[in-house]
Each structure stands twice: as structure tokens, then as C-alpha cells.
Design a protein around this ligand. Structure first.
Ligand code: SF4
Length: 216
């Protein structure tokens, strides 16, 4: 179990997962990728961001959130005094869906069960910030609407699950920007709530991915 592992053992295990992801062929998404994108950041990060899937630039570079969305995410982090090497950033699926289509429920199920759950166990974040509806659906009811749920923390397992808009959605719709920035600014206070806790416990079993997610 991850809580009995040293930091070095957790770091090595996380690296090993990344190496496995780069070779993975467990779901059809492997066939269209240039590079798989395991995620990046600290193994002992207090905050873990989970987006949807790699996009074009991420697929090219093998790194998460490196395009315009990544630049905006960096700006949001800076507003709360953080840099990306102080957090961990990954996605629900690690390979880019062709043409940036939505990841399918079976692809999400395979990738989450095989990799994301283990990454969460090793990192043991105090706060999991979901970016967009696909990662939100792992920890919140599948019929929840992100326009209503964003910024509303759920406390469970000595951890806070915090649903946020996806940065790309905010870039497409600047009307969402004030809400996104307000939600980010609440994160330090949420973390302070958990300051005395050692780290998040094992996560809830994510529910099976829904067949149809609410768009708004
Ligand atoms: S998306 Fe996940 S499960 Fe599918 S091939 Fe990539 S790493 Fe493997």
C-alpha cells in the first residue's frame, strides 16, 4: 500500500507507471497517439489536477497541458502562488483521442482503472481538482452539471474533491473566466482546512463512466 512506501519508493513507482503508460496498448487510443502523456509534477503534491485527455500539443510533446490551456492553467496557478512543479497534473485518459473526440466510456474505464487510480494512491493528494466534465464524473454524480457544480468542494476520505471548468472551455467562453478565477482563489483556504492531515486516503471507487455526460 502506498501509505507504507517511502517517498523514494513512491517516486519510483510513479515513474514505472509512466514508463508503462508510454508502451500501453490496452485501449484503442494507443493507435493514434504520437506520445502517451502520463502526467507531470511532484509525487508528494498536495494538489492533483485531472483533465480530460491530451490534445494536439500534448500528444506531440508527451507532456500535459502545454498548449494554450496549459498557459492559462499556469496563470491560474500563479494567482494562488503556485507553479506547476508544485502540483501534479494528469488526465483521465493518457492518449489523445483522434480528432480530439470525446474519450469513450470503455477507454476511460480501462485507463482510470489501470493507471489513474494507482497514480492517486501514490501521490495521495489532499485536493483533487477535476478540470472539465469527464474527470468530474469520476467523483461526482454523472448527471451533475458543471455549470452548477463547479467550485463546490466535496469532502471525503480526508480529501477534498473540487470540480472546476476545463481551462479550454474557459478560453472558448470568456464569460466563464471570473468564475474560474474565483474557484481557483478558494483553493488555498480549502487546503488550509486539511493542513493537519497526512494526505488523502484511498479514493472512493470511481463510478463506471457514464454513457452520456451532461454538456453544461
Ligand atoms: S488511453 Fe490509457 S489505456 Fe488507452 S492506450 Fe493510452 S494509456 Fe493505455
Amino acid at each position: 500500500m502506498a501509505e507504507k512506501m517511502s517517498l523514494e519508493e513512491r517516486r519510483a513507482a510513479l515513474q514505472e507507471i509512466g514508463d508503462t503508460i508510454r508502451q500501453c496498448r490496452l485501449c484503442p487510443l494507443y493507435s493514434g497517439r504520437t506520445h502517451a502523456v502520463p502526467g507531470a509534477g511532484r509525487v508528494d503534491a498536495e494538489i492533483m489536477f485531472i483533465g480530460e485527455a491530451p490534445g494536439f500539443h500534448e500528444d506531440q510533446q508527451g507532456l500535459p497541458f502545454v498548449g494554450a490551456s496549459g498557459k492559462y492553467l499556469d496563470e491560474l496557478l500563479a494567482k494562488i502562488g503556485l507553479k506547476r512543479d508544485q502540483v501534479f497534473i494528469t488526465n483521465v485518459v493518457k492518449c489523445r483521442p483522434p480528432g480530439n473526440r470525446d474519450p469513450q466510456p470503455d477507454e476511460i474505464g480501462t485507463c482510470v482503472e489501470t493507471y489513474l487510480k494507482r497514480q492517486v494512491e501514490l501521490i495521495r493528494p489532499k485536493l483533487i481538482a477535476t478540470l472539465g466534465r469527464f474527470s468530474m464524473a469520476l467523483y461526482f454524480p454523472p448527471d451533475a452539471r458543471i455549470t452548477r457544480l463547479h467550485g463546490q468542494p466535496k469532502r471525503a476520505n480526508n480529501r477534498i474533491y473540487y470540480p472546476l471548468f476545463h481551462p479550454a472551455a474557459v478560453l472558448r467562453n470568456p464569460n466563464l473566466r471570473p468564475a474560474m478565477e474565483a474557484d481557483f482563489k478558494r483553493m488555498p483556504a480549502l487546503l488550509a482546512e486539511l493542513a493537519d492531515l497526512p494526505g488523502g486516503d484511498e479514493p472512493d471507487e470511481p463510478p463506471p463512466p457514464p454513457k452520456q455526460l451532461s454538456l453544461f
